[in-house]
Ligand binder design. Structure first.
Ligand code: CP
Ligand code: NVA
Length: 310
């Protein structure tokens, strides 16, 4: 039975139910097919999506703007110099005002609390397009990609190698939600937040899957169905890049490391990739790599999210 998600915000995957996640995947599949066959799907005719970006973006920006357009609505883009938000006006006032003009907001920013507050004080759905803590849209698209390629999710093993950042957090939430096993290997001092691991443990326990937080990348990759990595220094951490590079070199995804995974493993990366750092060309350009399918699926999955919540 369909679950009514109208008006709901997407802040983290943890806050979605398993039924909601499957509903998003089902609609994503149907919207992807409609786009391929040219069948109109103007589910958000005349609706307005505000898109606020305090950080750079290629995939999120373009997929949301194309997505709302294809659904029959329109997207309004604001970069951090356009709005009064957090300059001469607090989040609460902006949330209340924008709720009078728009039907939904997608926001990419630094502080996750700003996105929580936007949802709390506004009266329209807020979609998290990445914060320092979470990147739920990316991971929904990633899980949908895995489902397309492997035909199942529950019981698969995903190895995430690298920084315990927003991607690691959303992958923890996402894998636990759908019953995938996740092994994370990070250098000491760069592990995911305990609070996010604890939230994920609850879902993992319910679904009968396993979460491992390790330091050894080889142990994490052992028999993995999916190897996932991300940049070593995220947006906002550019000054730490050199220091991090030295600490993360052992965590590079290269041919020596991937041989510990299953032969038919999928290589995944949210992109942008720093080729030669966290992954070598030989892996990201190999037939195991599905990075461009992930990027494409951002469009289909976010269209489903918008159509369901707006
Ligand atoms: N993966 C992702 O969110 O890419 P952008 O930073 O280009 O939006
Ligand atoms: N961890 C990266 C993800 C980019 C999509 C960042 O926050 O910059």
């Amino acid at each position: 039975m369909a679950v009514n998600m109208k008006g709901k915000s997407l802040l983290t995957i943890h806050e979605l139910t398993l039924e909601e996640v499957w509903q998003i995947f089902e609609l994503s599949k149907s919207l992807k097919e409609k786009r391929l066959t040219g069948e109109p799907h103007r589910m958000l005719d005349g609706k307005k999506l505000g898109m606020i970006f305090s950080k750079l973006s290629t995939r999120t920006r373009v997929s949301f703007e194309v997505g709302i357009f294809e659904l029959g609505g329109t997207g309004l883009y604001f970069n951090q110099n356009d709005l009064q938000l957090k300059k001469s006006e607090n989040v609460s006032d902006t949330a209340k005002v924008l709720s009078r003009y728009l039907d939904g907001i997608m926001i990419r920013t630094f502080d996750h609390q700003d996105v929580v507050d936007l949802a709390r004080f506004g009266s329209i759905p807020i979609i998290n397009g990445l914060t320092d803590l979470h990147h739920p849209c990316q991971v929904l698209a990633d899980l949908f990609t895995i489902l397309e390629k492997k035909r199942t999710l529950q019981g698969l093993k995903l190895a995430y190698i690298g920084d315990g950042n927003n991607m690691a957090h959303s992958l923890l939430h996402g894998c636990a939600k759908v019953g995938m096993n996740i092994s994370i290997a990070s250098p000491s001092g760069y592990t995911p937040l305990d609070s996010v691991v604890a939230e994920s443990q609850k879902d993992a326990k319910y679904m009968g899957s396993k979460i491992e937080i390790l330091e050894d990348p080889i142990a994490a990759v052992k028999d993995a169905d999916i190897i996932y990595t991300d940049v070593w220094a995220s947006m906002g951490q550019e000054k730490e890049a050199q220091e991090r590079k030295a600490k993360f070199m052992k965590y590079q995804i290269n041919s020596g490391l991937v041989k510990h995974a299953k032969d038919d493993y999928l290589f995944m990366h949210c992109l942008p990739a720093h080729r030669g750092d966290e992954v070598v060309n030989e892996v990201i350009d190999s037939t195991n790599s599905v990075v461009f399918d992930e990027a494409e699926n951002r469009l289909h999955v976010q269209k489903a999210v918008m159509a369901l919540v707006m």
